[in-house]
Design a protein around this ligand. Structure first.
Ligand SMILES: [Cu+2]
Length: 137
């Protein structure tokens, strides 16, 4: 191997490693519904591996903070438990007010990752359940 190909390798290797690390990242799908006072937030997390296959056997913890009010809230993180559907986990957060919440998804086990999604959680009228859509930034 001459010096030129060595240099080329040195240039390309980090990019290749980054691409590999990226492609190993799990796909994380989060859907939440708000209901009741608090509001309560029921969240469903669907995990897929880099190969697109459902990812069972992960530890999934959900936390919530309010980006607009740092340190104002102490929402207790909850474990999201596996459902009958492979790669699907459900957990319920008790929020302390309506508004934009950053939902922190901490993954352990086959994958270690923290994913944060900001959702709008509103109190629903009566017994209603309201989808919590992504918050506009
Ligand atoms: Cu707040």
């Amino acid at each position: 191997m001459n010096i030129r190909s060595l240099l080329l390798l040195a240039l390309l290797l980090p990019a290749a490693l980054t691409a590999t690390a990226q492609s190993r990242r799990p796909q994380v799908d989060l859907k939440c519904e708000a209901h009741g006072m608090g509001p309560l937030l029921d969240c469903t997390v669907r995990l897929r591996g880099a190969d697109g296959q459902p990812l069972p056997g992960a530890g999934v913890t959900l936390g919530a903070t309010m980006p607009s009010m740092p340190m104002a809230h102490t929402v207790k993180p909850v474990k999201a438990l596996p459902t009958a559907v492979p790669g699907e986990y459900r957990g319920q957060l008790t929020l302390e007010m309506s508004g934009a919440w950053a939902i922190e998804i901490d993954l352990t086990g086959p994958v270690r990752e923290r994913v944060v999604r900001v959702l709008m959680a509103e109190e629903c009228d009566g017994d209603g359940r309201c989808p919590a859509p992504p918050a506009r930034r």
